[in-house]
Design a protein around this ligand. Sequence first.
Ligand code: 9MR
Length: 559
Amino acid sequence: DNLKVTETIRLNQVGFYPDEQKLAVLLDNEQAKGFYLLDHHTKEIVYEGPISSKTSPTLSGIPSRIADFSDFRQVGEFELIINGLGKSFPFQIQEEVYAELGRASLKAFYFQRASTSLQEKEAGAWARQMGHPDDEVRIHASAVSENRPEGTVLASPYGWYDAGDYNKYVVNSGITVGTLLSLYEDFPAYFQSLNLNIPESSNPNPDLLDEIRWNLDWMLSMQDPDDGGVYHKLTTANFEGMVAPHEATNPRYLVAKGTAATLDFAAVMAQAARVYKVYHPEESVRYLKAAEKAWTWAKKNPEVLYQQNLMNQSYDPDITTGAYGDRNLQDEWVWAAAELFISTHNLAYWEQLENANQHFVLPSWSQVSWMGYYSILRHQEDLELISPEWVSTLKANLLAEARTHLDHAEQSAYHTPMGGNIKDFVWGSNAVASNQGILLLYAYQYSGEKAFLAAALDNLDYILGRNAVNYCYVTGFGSQSPQHPHHRLAASRPDLPPLPGFMVGGANPGQQDGCEYPSKIADESYSDVTCSYASNEIAINWSAPFAYLVNAVEALEGK
Ligand code: 9MR
């Protein structure tokens, strides 16, 4: 019992399914040959196994070896011991081992709600006053039009705070909502009974759909009803201090309409139109009209890029918050056309898709073509109009890309697809790991090959602790998780633990925040300090793919 936890053993700090792969990684130059598992409560030895003889170096050059206990299927709580080194963090082996994590990852969106107070019944210790009513938002000089001249004040309430900051950005909201609606469309049965304990939980509709509506309602108000164009963002001129929502009261503005925001809006509204048809038929009609109107605006304004620095030179006030300034909109056209085509079967949208680039590109806020392609594959049976060759090219591209990730897992020090390419370590790298996981789950479902499911779980293991920093990157879960996320809701309540269920951005050698980091190595570039917005912020577009991965795995595995 006097064994100390050792930093040399890295594993998923939450746990494993009884019937799936279970790996730990040992980082050490020594000669340990074997490991054993202890029951965390009785301290009995329940399993013994060898450590692999094969080593592969980490990015910092330490040899890593694998302890594989996949064939240990007993449920309970355990720790892994290596004689002479110490023990691992404790972990569970259970059916539904990620059920609570899955709910928390979605409840996180409720915590991000703008324009409302949170009550103790739902928010517990994190109950808070109403902030950002957004009932009087000013039109920014970059957004004035004939129908909305200078001095216009509008209401644009609700929505989720984007991230650690309190602004609301359509482009980033777009991929977030698209990812969550896709989660629902892929596993509708799972969400019929999933209770998130939100204010709408007592109504008969799935809580996930109620939560998403909070943001859809806001997005609708970002469209100019006269011409269908969509404003890029609703924001203060500059980032506010690390204060509570009700203390962040600087004026907020609707900023410039743009084609990226308008197409992302069109995609999301078209998808929402079909998802909400049964639950909210009238809203569904509204969503589709909004989507079509946005498309029409985009057709007339196909290349209006959001260029924050250039365009604000002559504007007052200057806007310095998140830019989400995409320079290439080909993928936004694909996503919008795909969702509109699926929801309407109108051939005009198919024409936009027919000759589009079908190469696989991992989704991110600026790369959304595969948001559309995933949807087409999901609905392929209802779309007789499409040529079978076109669909099989898509599927082949998806599977080929997924296979490269199997190779990456084989070769990498942590046995994870994540990090197989050094370029995976961007700002928000944990969302890269999550989105790779989503790709791998699709590959599993389209091929039936279990290796893809195992690789998706490898990336989940990465996020939950089998990584170069020994962190479970999700607040409130695991033995060592972020304590100081760059998150105004958390930083303004230093008396409380961080709000739970949020995955932070993760390792990012760019280190653009200039904070102190423990290392310059790509996968070690993580710093658990409030200062570090480039590695330790939370964001809705990272929460969404993480929530997809965890909940999809539960939906597929759950008994
Ligand atoms: O996630 C965004 C990342 O891809 C960009 O490199 C970075 C710098 O522009 O911005 C990130 O998004 C931030 C946004 O601009 C403002 N809210 C917080 C977001 C997460 O850090």
